[in-house]
Design a protein around this ligand. Structure first.
Ligand code: GMT
Length: 385
């Protein structure tokens, strides 16, 4: 198949999922064309069957806001025509599903019917999408996609609750290549913490929804009982506030900010606990990555998190903002080595349920279904009944 993937090229979960999906499809022999505004962070482009098409937005002084979706639609049209793409799979509704609808209509005028699959990822529904400034366009683009998927049951419920959607929404959970998190050769804890200290880790885009202040609070409570460090990966608007909070609590020295590193797997390999106390989280890919590295998770029970992090099995969940419960349970777990090791294995076993080999066939089946929607019926031979 010749597949066009549209995504955000950043560290965000939707971009990571789209990139990993494309890489695995390419390994299977499909031709995968990424269409986005810069090279996706986890994508090597000099690889067989991978192609990258950059969307260029003209910077024209008349525009206060540059019309990205126009440039994206045009790029999709050109790529479909030049490369003979058979389907478009867009990740994150805003503006990708909307731009794909436009591209589809333009191509129709040229006699080309191209199926569009839209995958909803979370904030495109729960945070940004339901804002009145976007809601009509998001509803329209969902209803006009040929196939719509979302990454958890929780996100499906949210979509149906917030939008008047006529389309059937299929749940295809996020996935992980578990092998990437195994057999790390350079896993020396001493690189991050003195001997005897535990390592707690948080990975995110440091937006408000991640409640980084709760991450610091949970860590402060655990650190008061157990010598430990907090490793923070990623960057975003809440980072400075987290630094201030840590200074106020007198634990700043225990924090290690690594920024937007691509070596998350190396840090996870040294980690004892992973913290994700988000306000809302459609799935929590970062938690799944931790579990694949055998790191138990302390998370909120918001959105799709309980579908990934099973309370009392792979880690612990608590109501949003309940930092005391998570800290208390985390401390107890770290103090009970046998139980801690059991949780590590249980986290790993749960992560294997989301192994890419299990999930990828679900997308392939949907691609087949989408292509079937536009297959022209074979013309009957003269005289045939
Ligand atoms: O806010 C983020 O975490 C980024 C965002 C994105 O779209 O890149 O993540 C969303 O999609 C991920 C991949 O499907 C999910 O694992 C995250 O839970 C989801 N984030 C939220 O719902 C807040």
């Amino acid at each position: 198949m010749k597949i066009g993937i549209v995504c955000y090229p950043t560290f965000g979960g939707s971009g990571v999922v789209a990139t990993e999906l494309g890489k695995h499809l390419a390994q299977m022999g499909h031709k995968v064309h990424f269409i986005t505004y810069s090279q996706p962070v986890r994508l090597d482009i000099l690889v067989e069957n991978i192609y990258y098409h950059e969307v260029n937005v003209q910077d024209y002084p008349l525009f206060q806001y540059q019309p990205y979706e126009l440039a994206l639609s045009s790029k999709m049209v050109d790529t479909v025509l030049n490369e003979g793409l058979e389907l478009l799979h867009v990740h994150y509704a805003i503006p990708h599903a909307y731009a794909a609808y436009m591209a589809k209509q333009i191509l129709k005028e040229k006699g080309i019917d191209i199926p569009v699959i839209t995958t909803l990822h979370g904030t495109d529904i729960t945070l940004v999408g339901k804002n009145p400034s976007y809601k009509p366009a998001v509803t329209f683009s969902i209803n006009h996609s040929d196939i719509v998927t979302c990454v958890s049951n929780s996100l499906k419920m949210d979509t149906l609750r917030f939008f008047p959607v006529r389309k059937d929404i299929l749940v295809v959970p996020n996935f992980i290549d578990v092998s990437l998190y195994q057999g790390e050769v350079n896993c020396k804890k001493a690189q991050l913490a003195p001997e005897g200290e535990r390592i707690l880790t948080h990975v995110s885009n440091f937006r408000k929804v991640k409640r980084v202040k709760d991450v610091v609070s949970i860590f402060a409570l655990i650190h008061a009982e157990i010598p430990s460090r907090l490793v923070l990966i990623g960057d975003g608007p809440e980072r400075e506030r987290a630094e201030e909070q840590a200074k106020e609590l007198g634990i700043f020295e225990q924090l290690i900010f690594l920024g937007k590193t691509t070596e998350v797997h190396r840090v996870l390999c040294m980690s004892d606990l992973f913290l994700l106390p988000s306000d809302s989280e459609s799935f929590g890919l970062a938690a799944l990555e931790a579990m694949a590295a055998k790191v138990p998770v302390l998370s909120s029970n918001a959105g799709g998190l309980p579908e990934v992090n099973i309370d009392g099995v792979t880690g612990f969940t608590a109501d949003v903002g309940d930092v005391e419960t998570l800290a208390r349970k985390g401390i107890a777990l770290l103090k009970d080595e046998a139980r801690f090791q059991q949780f590590r294995m249980q986290a790993f076993e749960k992560a294997k349920e989301f192994e890419i080999e299990r999930i990828l066939p679900q997308y392939l089946e949907l691609y087949d279904r989408a292509l079937g929607m536009y297959k022209k019926p074979k013309s009957r031979k003269k005289g045939a009944r």
